[in-house]
Design a protein around this ligand. Sequence first.
Ligand SMILES: [Mg+2]
Ligand SMILES: [Zn+2]
Length: 200
Amino acid sequence: MTNSKRAIFLDKDGTLVEDVPYNVNPELIELTWHAGQALQILQELGFALIVVTNQAGVARGLFTEAALGPVNQRLSDLLAQYGVRLDGFYYCPHHPEGVVGRYAVPCTCRKPMPGMLLRAASELDVDLSRSWMIGDILHDVEAGRRAGCQTVLIDNGNETEWKLSPQRTPHHSAPDLYTAATMIAAIEREGVAGGEAATQ
Ligand SMILES: [Mg+2]
Ligand SMILES: [Zn+2]
């Protein structure tokens, strides 16, 4: 376990890319403001970068799982311009009220459940307790907390219900992904400094 990676789990829509509901057209995918630079900072800190995204459009019959391949590819191409490489891309195709039989089921991967994070942690050897979840709604925060991660809510107006509970209370908030990244970098520096002080 000592060599386990630390990861940043990233919500996609509204966090990493501009939110276009149920979009799978690669041409309409755009990074949010300074998202490339944000992931550059996090990658340089040594974090694995893992997308965890609810894609209920599959269960709703709006697109197929195969359509998510080009989405992942476009995202990778956009980030490559910043020297950033994603370490994982996980999606939940389910929704209990879907119309496509095998996807129209309750599951443990749809956020706010932590299944995608747990699976990624197992497959990619991630230490969840030293990892972060960043997303723009409280379902992201809850998934992160359930997985045992630190959480940052991108408070950009996309959360509209504000059903708060201890599990849904973000550890930190930031107006955008870039600010979240610089905040995590600052916290990391403090942590390192604190660790050095503690050993003296
Ligand atoms: Mg989102
Ligand atoms: Zn699922």
